[in-house]
Design a protein around this ligand. Structure first.
Ligand code: ADP
Ligand code: MG
Ligand code: MG
Length: 251
């Protein structure tokens, strides 16, 4: 599904390399967790996967189902089935959440050659998905993410993810700012999306989320590289001993 090969990247117009030879493979159906201390490049990696143009890939490649996505813009990546839930979801003043969902769902369908959803069908799908996330429909009348609490923003991200049915989901620190009930709801939402033909990359720096979304693999990112990969036990090891041990070994 996803193969990142010797990726090097920097912030556009700077010399500072943030991703420094990163390798990562995520198979079809796999849930991979990326952990790592603050500042190790986790969010940068998610921005690069999304195709944000303020980052510049200088070496290496990102293959999605065997094809390089480096030349694809963010909309093309989304249409191909890549979904990113950001650590800091963007606020879109002036666009009601429902309106945003309508446009996103129908442009996704158009890109896949599927017919547009009629309003009643679309509303029904949104209502079912919002219900599963214990989201109040009245929230969907408000502009996307504007004035939403941390937890509401994360739920809105998961709602989009459920409705867009992506092939590859990348969740950056979806657990930050969530109380335990919201965390469970978000985790249930992600777990419900697990399937043999969908892969999920969960970025987090705490092990807690991984009690609810149990990963198939865990990768430690440090200074822009994956310095260690392992099974879910690696997350427990990190929780018990901190990152220092793993960083020391790698050095
Ligand atoms: P993480 O998500 O793992 O906490 P980030 O990807 O946010 O890490 O940041 C990785 C490194 O890149 C940090 O050292 C951070 O200070 C630096 N960085 C991120 N964005 C910028 C920016 N716009 N300008 C300069 N440095 C940046
Ligand atoms: Mg950070
Ligand atoms: Mg981050």
């Amino acid at each position: 599904m996803l193969e990142i090969k010797n990726l090097h990247a920097r912030i556009a117009d700077t010399e500072t390399e943030i991703i420094r030879g990163l390798n990562l493979t995520v198979r079809d159906g796999e849930v991979a967790a990326i952990m790592g201390p603050n500042g190790s490049g986790k969010s940068t990696l998610s921005y690069i996967l999304a195709g944000r143009d303020d980052y510049e890939v200088t070496e290496g490649d990102i293959l999605f189902n065997g094809e390089s996505i480096l030349e694809m813009d963010p909309a093309e990546r989304a249409a191909a089935g890549v979904f990113l839930a950001f650590q800091y979801p963007m606020e879109i003043p002036g666009v009601a959440t429902m309106e945003f969902l309508k446009v996103a769902m129908n442009s996704q369908r158009k890109a896949r050659g599927e017919p547009e959803l009629k309003i009643p069908d679309l509303l029904k799908r949104v209502r079912v998905a919002a219900d599963e996330l214990s989201m109040d429909m009245s929230m969907l009348k408000r502009p996307l993410n504007v004035g939403f609490s941390g937890g509401e923003k994360k739920r809105a991200e998961i709602l989009q993810m459920k409705l867009l049915e992506p092939k590859l989901c990348v969740l950056d620190e979806t657990d930050s700012g969530l109380d335990i009930d919201a965390l469970k709801i978000v985790a249930d939402g992600v777990n419900a999306l697990r399937s043999p033909d969908r892969s999920v990359v969960v970025i987090t720096h705490y092990q807690r989320l991984l009690d609810y979304i149990v990963p198939d693999s865990v990768h430690v990112l440090y200074k822009g590289q994956v310095i260690r990969s392992g099974s879910k036990e690696l997350a427990h090891e990190l929780e018990a001993n901190g990152y220092a041990g793993v960083i020391g070994e790698a050095a």
